[in-house]
Design a protein around this ligand. Structure first.
Ligand code: NDP
Length: 295
């Protein structure tokens, strides 16, 4: 028996970034507009600083202007709201990102709701999520990680319509919007979560599995139907004394076992992760085009 195909998210993301860079040049030549992304970082979390740095680098690589506001941990909620308000009013900014988590003394819901829906490139605004859930309505932006999962399926020519899909996880940022997107693509969708009984039996029915639980190697080969497609969103550190940093990253899915039964599998790292950032760039470009009526 042959092993599953590896879905190379890193390569697809690179191709998408090249397409975005070309499109940005076309817009700049035609109307002199360059897309802009503003990132607001509050506090000194190392992981958050790394994410922000990576987003800035990705913007540079395709020609998106990035603007960063770094506020100290002890800032007030009002100071964050003021930064957002300035970016809401700034026509050179087409996307606004608030890096999460925010310090505990801030109201995350209030802050996220204050981002103008036309600049909500994360797609987390309730109006965007609501439109995603409704037939005949179009969200302005779709959350980046689930969008990246669907884009991988498209680019690998994997049919979604009529297929049974199981999404493991129901978070606002990954699982729930992934299920909504699959349904929009005419899959028949089941959602598995921490209270689901017999998750293994349900998952084994799926033609397409998207897992986003944050539980390392939870999905075993025995959970996967022969020939199914597996999209592994999880990014989980596990101890590895052989590495200088003491840990390595694995997905939610036991990769070696999945490779034996599935027809295609995303690796971790190098699968969904690079796609998430590519979709953020894509949403920012879309926003700039929409703001200037450029097609
Ligand atoms: P959350 O912790 O917000 O959500 C996890 C979900 O998994 C919950 O819905 C939870 O169920 C469900 N779950 C937890 N344990 C089980 C279980 N034993 N069986 C079934 N379901 C379970 O996580 P996120 O959605 O934010 O992230 C999930 C993973 O994806 C993480 O590893 C994260 O690092 C990664 N991630 C990767 C990204 C990328 O770019 N590749 C981007 C974002 C996240 P319940 O609702 O019942 O609690």
């Amino acid at each position: 028996e042959s092993l599953a195909k590896v879905i190379d998210g890193k390569a697809v993301a690179k191709q998408i970034r090249e397409e975005i860079a070309a499109e940005i040049l076309r817009m700049k030549d035609a109307i002199g507009v360059v897309p802009g992304l503003a990132v607001i970082l509050v506090g000194d979390r190392k992981d958050s600083a790394t994410y922000v740095r990576n987003k800035k680098k990705a913007c540079d690589s395709v020609g998106i202007n990035s603007y960063e506001v770094h506020l100290p941990e002890e800032s007030t909620e009002q100071e964050v709201l003021d930064s957002i308000s300035r970016f809401n009013d700034d026509p050179s900014v087409h996307g606004i990102l608030v890096q999460l988590p925010l310090p505990l003394h801030m109201n995350e819901v209030k802050i996220l709701n204050s981002v103008a829906i036309e600049k909500d490139v994360d797609g987390f605004h309730p109006l965007n999520i609501g439109r995603l859930a409704m037939r005949g309505r179009e969200p302005l932006f779709v959350p980046c990680t689930p969008k990246g999962c669907i884009e991988l399926l498209h680019r690998y020519g994997i049919e979604i319509r009529g297929k049974k899909a199981v999404v493991i996880g129901r978070s606002n940022i990954v699982g729930m919007p992934a299920a909504l997107l699959l349904q929009r693509e005419d899959a028949t969708v089941t959602i598995v979560h921490s209270r689901t009984m017999n998750p293994e039996d349900i998952t084994r029915q799926a033609d397409i599995i998207i897992s986003a639980t944050g539980k390392a190697n939870m999905v075993r080969g025995s959970w996967i139907k022969h020939g199914a497609v597996v999209i592994d969103v999880g990014i989980n550190p596990v101890e590895d004394a052989k590495l200088p940093r003491g840990y390595r990253l694995v997905g939610d899915v036991c990769y070696e076992e999945a490779m034996e039964v599935a027809s295609a599998v995303t690796p971790v790292p190098g699968g969904v992760g690079p796609m998430t950032i590519a979709m953020l760039l894509s949403n920012t470009l879309t926003s700039a085009k929409r703001a200037h009526g450029f097609r």
